[in-house]
Design a protein around this ligand. Sequence first.
Ligand code: ADP
Ligand code: ASP
Ligand code: MG
Length: 407
Amino acid sequence: MALLVQKFGGTSVGSIERIRNVARRALASQRAGNDVVVIVSAMSGETNRLLGLAHGVTQVPDAREMDVIAATGEQVAAALLALAIHAEGGQARSLLGHQVKILTDGAFTKARIKTIEGSKIFETVKKGQIAVVAGFQGVDENGDITTLGRGGSDTTGVAVAAAIGASACEIYTDVDGVYTTDPNICPSARKIAKISYEEMLELASLGAKVLQIRSVEIAMKYGVPVHVRSSFSDAEGTWVTSEDKTLEDVVVAGVAYDKNEARVVVVGVEDKPGVVASLFGQIAEKNISVDMIIQSATSGRGQRADVTFTVAKTDLARARPFLEEIGKALGAKELRYDEEVVKVSIVGLGMRSHAGVAAKMFKLLADEGINIQAISTSEIKVSCLVAAKYTELAVRTLHEGFGLSKA
Ligand code: ADP
Ligand code: ASP
Ligand code: MG
């Protein structure tokens, strides 16, 4: 008898009919002889609706209260699924984050899981019930409700699987696996049968929202096999596992894009030691993460430089007032902001041993007349910031150019 964790995303529980479908799937797995733990997301659109309500009250809502609001989406979905399982003749019990005890740190809206107690879940499945755990939510040491960041139910799924020693974590979603790029914007994308944790980690961190990055980190750390598949078919999906010889031997495994970054240009700061250190030191103190950074020595005379960097769009409203302050203190002429940008990235383990991959990427974009505003690289990825209007063109061009498209 296996212990199985199945996570169903928002679209998969997006209507009562779909919740019934999930109930039937979970029961089928149980009747096949497994102990089943189901993790649910909020019904599709619900988390956005809830966050929208909070933003309707105030522009920068208090993070603790945001989590109290956002966690209700998963609470509702979990209870509805338990009811649907009852209606199908099965037994189930919903469990919220604080009931399982998914203990997190206190970083509201982006909390990290510290520990998960298995006892409530084991107790439930031992009685022959399906444990339906609300995804995305936890509780901190003060008993306050926390959430794990957008897409966080993936992380609940994998972390619960690791904590209870499940044989695998199935991620049921609206696509039938991990593709070479987002199939919703690139029709020639191909389903990948098997992908390494490392590549998946990069793809996830670069915007492929099919798995939340933290879920991949946990899967890699604890060796949890993850099977990404469709909740609407029985087709085999994508296995995310350790690097091995059966993985496709390619330079570029996938293309990702991320529209959640905004570009900030600090114009005309002094080009001397300590300025950049002071700028980013002060930004870090405010707990704002910076991603891409470029410094250009411009305008020749007077030795003034422009510093360009990107921050999460969701941090920009909060960051702007003190960015202005820091800029002023450093003698910047002005600060410019651009939210109409996208970061497109190529990812592949094969890059470690191949030269010229970045150059080829720049050439492919240049041939389409796409200007590159910032660049960042690591061992297995190259990212370029470009104007958001080029998102689809850039993704398709890179996908085609690196030979990923269907034959
Ligand atoms: P869920 O609600 O089930 O968690 P998400 O919307 O969070 O689903 O993630 C699934 C979506 O991820 C897909 O609909 C697809 O648009 C997007 N996506 C982005 N990149 C990829 C990729 N490389 N492979 C598959 N899906 C991707
Ligand atoms: N409901 C949350 C979100 O929309 C968590 C999740 O679906 O994974 O981000
Ligand atoms: Mg998701």
